[in-house]
Ligand binder design. Sequence first.
Ligand code: SF4
Ligand code: SF4
Length: 307
Amino acid sequence: MDNIIVGIVSGKGGVGKTSLTASLASLAGNDEEFTPIILDCDVDAPNLSIILPPDSDIEPQKDDTYTTIKATFIPDKCVHCRSCIDDHYCEFNALTWDEEKEIPNIDYLKCEGCGACKTLCPEHAFEIHPVKSGEIISYDNKYGSLLIFGKTILGSTTSGKLVSEVKEFAKHSDKYQSSNLTIVDGPPGIGCPVIAMLTGLNYVIAITEPTPSGLHDLVRILELVDQFKIPFSIVVNKADLKSPFQEKFKKYIKDTKYKILGKINFDYAIPEAMSYAEPVVDYAPNSKASISIKEIYKNLKKELKNF
Ligand code: SF4
Ligand code: SF4
């Protein structure tokens, strides 16, 4: 079997994406049919590692990434003409004037690396260089799989590129060739990081909840998934929520005929498992939520038989 790549997405944050991913990762890690790799591509807020910590005393491998470019200033070349400030070279207001030294300062967080200052300074006193923008961290986790995740650092402007680097890193890992399933926890939203995450996926699970914002963001993410022509199904979390919106939500599902992979009713076992930082299928294996997630896993396996 080839390595099948399954992504879990939600247009909206906070609907249970990481919680579902962690449980699916645990179930796949304990399933002799699979040798899974788990990717956390929510690089601006990666927290799957909290629920899937390293196995015993394994030291995680860390690799720096340089996907962001920023301006640097070369003081020796500057003739203190002040043109960079007076002629407003920087559209991002990243340049300010140091009255004492009579040189420009670059605000690292505001600099977008656009290169205007480098092009415009007559003395070539600016250069553009890649800077450390994040890390890729990997280790064997205690639930039986390799976990790889990216983490941006403050001021990085290239989350999408880091997502692509995480996926490339996984493909070049020793375990990738022997792995037959990759489970990817996606970033929320529909922006650049999600687009980078969706590229090359074989199957998508979109998790949502029957609320106005849940449906609104589900529609947006499925429009995006549709652009990629990736087969997908839906998991409805908090499916039994008492809400006047339930009817509208059910009508949408009925009208679109989208496939429901499974439903998870509200269960205190989920927030409890999260507070103990464990996948709910391990924390409370017999809870209603765990039984539903095991059913979802079984249905997912049926879907993957088509690949
Ligand atoms: S950095 Fe360039 S434009 Fe700015 S003061 Fe120095 S020489 Fe002039
Ligand atoms: S590279 Fe662009 S954003 Fe950065 S300081 Fe220069 S002009 Fe401003």
